[in-house]
Design a protein around this ligand. Structure first.
Ligand code: SF4
Ligand code: SF4
Length: 213
């Protein structure tokens, strides 16, 4: 009956108007507290809460919802920088990730010694077809060298996917510090395990040397 007279419509509009007014009132309250309601993590968190009044949408693309640490999108390759400032790939081009990848969207070109023709444990090239990648994370899980990890960056749209969406080694490579910044817990756990393994190896070596002396 209400709808027959347009009362439902008016009720809906009044709710919209209330949200509209509350947005400005809430903005003023935040300003009075000397805080920023937009473009800050605190502001996004407050708008996500069930107590939010006024606007609760995220102002994308100026604002982005933070993603959880275990969020995964396209894989990336980790490189470290040595004492001479040279970039060193962690990847040894062992090919395990390419083997386990369910849709087979990874392919690797191995480096070989130009004099002997023997393989060198580093990739000359590394490609991932990101249109085929299904973000399963198996490559990262199976890599024995912690060389490939899942990225948080989900904004990879392009105008020409045929040309742009085969990511090469250069496009895929990121420094270790980037990995530490997006996955701090994983990074800390892996570094602790690495340090422990190295200490055990050093202790074993020392014990062997002691025996031979
Ligand atoms: S990323 Fe890891 S699993 Fe893949 S080839 Fe390199 S070292 Fe092997
Ligand atoms: S995330 Fe899954 S589909 Fe994508 S490259 Fe890794 S194994 Fe393949």
């Amino acid at each position: 009956m209400d709808d027959m007279y347009g009362k439902g419509l008016l009720k809906g509009l009044s709710i919209t108007f209330k949200h509209f007014m509350n947005t400005y009132l809430e903005d003023i309250r935040w300003l009075a507290r000397g805080k920023r309601r937009y473009y800050t993590l605190e502001g996004i968190e407050s708008r996500k809460s069930s107590d939010a009044t006024g606007i609760f949408t995220v102002q994308y693309p100026e604002e982005r919802l933070p993603v959880p640490e275990e969020f995964r999108f396209i894989p990336f390759l980790i490189y470290e920088v040595n004492e001479d400032g040279e970039q060193q790939d962690r990847c040894t081009s062992c090919g395990i990730c390419a083997k386990v990848c369910p849709p087979q969207c990874i392919w690797i070109e191995r480096t070989s010694n130009p004099d002997t023709g023997r393989p060198v444990p580093e990739p000359a090239e590394f490609f991932i077809d990101v249109d085929i990648c299904m973000n399963c994370g198996l490559c990262a899980e199976f890599c024995p060298f912690d060389a490939i990890k899942m990225d948080h960056d989900y904004e990879i749209s392009v105008y020409n996917r045929q040309e742009k969406n085969i990511f090469n080694k250069e496009r895929l490579s990121r420094p270790l510090s980037y990995y530490a910044s997006i996955r701090p817990t994983n990074y800390a756990r892996e570094e602790a395990a690495r340090a422990e393994a190295e200490a055990a190896k050093a202790a074993k070596k020392a014990a062997r040397m002691e025996k031979t002396d």
